[in-house]
Design a protein around this ligand. Structure first.
Ligand code: SAM
Length: 221
């Protein structure tokens, strides 16, 4: 069953029609999206939908992001093999798997224990190495391993957390959806010496980032 729906052909179509046609051409990103078996990161009941052009529920009110959004955020991060990246919001583990497949060292923080366990199972069954999973509030980052070349936040923040900007390396990039609960702007924050540069990359919709520098607990789904 897992092999039936997880063909290379489905990934080739996903990459060509959902990602390349929308303008993403970074070869490292495309190659990782072709390689990682996305169907191993969705619940078994949704496996036949794994390669569709949309996010899917993964349990506990959380989601695995749409393939295009994963590719877009990864391309904006513009990291290279050997770089260290902090991910906030492990979810299914799929985004972390894409980064690890690109040769990046990933620390991924998830606030929900049951979601973290799902991610661990998914990463193991997909044979992904190079991801360290941490349970905690990622809105304050993970200072013990800072600075990071890339920080990717895969939940909707009310504002850009100062802690995350402070943990960016020189030349480092933070990709984060920020806005209200219903619609956010995908923002790229770059640190260049003492300068912090922000650019906007379109409207997105994510589940809320909950924590000290995020939304209050009551916003949990
Ligand atoms: N990157 C994931 C993937 O590839 O499947 C999708 C992440 S899902 C859209 C957002 C995740 O962020 C949820 O699992 C949620 O529990 C988590 N989250 C929300 N607030 C958080 C916080 N303060 N720290 C860490 N994780 C958080």
């Amino acid at each position: 069953m897992l092999e039936d729906v997880g063909t290379r052909e489905k990934r080739e179509q996903m990459v060509e029609y959902q990602i390349q046609e929308r303008g993403i051409c970074d070869p490292l990103v495309l190659s990782a999206m072709l390689t990682v078996p996305r169907h191993l990161f969705v619940p078994d009941t949704l496996i036949t939908h794994a390669y569709e052009d949309r996010p899917l529920p993964i349990g506990s009110g959380q989601t695995i992001s749409q393939p295009y959004i994963v590719a877009l955020m990864t391309a904006l991060l513009a990291v290279h093999p050997g770089d260290s990246v902090l991910e906030i919001g492990t979810g299914s583990g799929y985004q972390a798997a894409i980064l690890a497949t690109m040769g990046v060292t990933v620390i991924s923080i998830e606030r929900k224990e049951e979601v973290l366990q799902i991610a661990e199972r998914n990463l193991n069954r997909a044979g992904i190495r190079g991801v360290s999973l941490v349970r905690g509030d990622g809105t304050v980052g993970y200072p013990s391993h800072a600075p990071y070349k890339g920080i990717i936040v895969t939940a909707a923040a009310p504002k850009i957390p100062d802690s995350l900007v402070n943990q960016l390396d020189d030349g480092g990039r933070l990709v984060i959806p920020a806005g209200d609960r219903y619609i956010q702007e995908l923002i790229l924050v770059e640190r260049r010496g003492d300068r912090i540069i922000q650019t906007m990359h379109g409207a997105v919709r994510f589940v809320p980032l909950i924590g000290e520098e995020g939304y209050l607990e009551e916003y949990d789904l």
